[in-house]
Design a binder for this molecule. Structure first.
Ligand code: FES
Length: 202
């Protein structure tokens, strides 16, 4: 698991775009007035989405102020959850699962492709600063291993060539087709159903 790194370069200011401010208010209004803090995760996701996939320290202060929370409490949330990034990860953040089922089915080859095309070390931006990669623990799609997550989407049933193709597309600023590389629907068997054949929707 990678260690959370705080960027040495930080912006001087942060505020939500008009559109995100409306969304933030909507989230806050879902809770009683004295329980605004309950919206903290939603607001942090909005920050990360607006700010190219990472959360600057000034944005943590901004969210703390909006929610009437102490800065340290919001900081604790950001540093606890692995899905929040505290330094730039690029427009495309590739998370490769390296837990046992994915490892057995070839995750190491995906890592090799990341090293070859994105950057030698994880948590480093590619030369064109558009992409970075990291190893993560199980992402809950073991049945379709090996797999990786890019931003919010899953790419499953990968092999060496498919993962290389995806990475090269990202580096050209193109977003690849999401889902199973074998066109499996969810976790359906690769060669079609073998049981419950008499049930239409099983
Ligand atoms: S082990 Fe890779 S998704 Fe679970």
């Amino acid at each position: 698991m990678s260690i959370k790194k705080i960027s040495k370069t930080q912006p001087d200011s942060f505020e939500f775009s008009k559109e995100n401010f409306v969304l933030a208010e909507k989230e806050i209004n879902k809770y009683p007035k004295d329980r605004k803090a309950s919206a903290v995760l939603s607001l942090l996701f909005l920050v990360q989405k607006q700010n190219n996939n990472w959360i600057p320290l000034i944005a943590i202060k901004y969210v703390a102020k909006l929610l009437n929370m102490p800065y340290i409490k919001v900081y604790e949330v950001v540093t606890f959850y692995s899905m929040f990034n505290l330094s730039p990860v690029g427009k495309y953040f590739v998370q490769v699962c390296t837990t046992t089922p994915c490892m057995i089915r070839g995750a190491k080859k995906i890592i090799d492709k990341c090293k070859k095309h994105i950057s030698e070390n994880q948590n480093e931006l590619s030369k064109n600063k558009i992409c970075s990669w990291t190893e993560v623990e199980c992402l809950g799609a073991c049945v379709n291993s090996p797999m990786m997550q890019i931003n919010q989407d899953y790419f499953e049933d990968l092999d060496e060539n498919k993962s290389e193709e995806i990475i090269l597309q990202l580096l050209e600023d193109k977003f690849p087709t999401v889902g199973s590389a074998k066109n499996r629907k969810n976790t359906a068997p690769e060669n079609g159903k073998t049981t419950l054949l008499e049930l239409k929707n099983a």
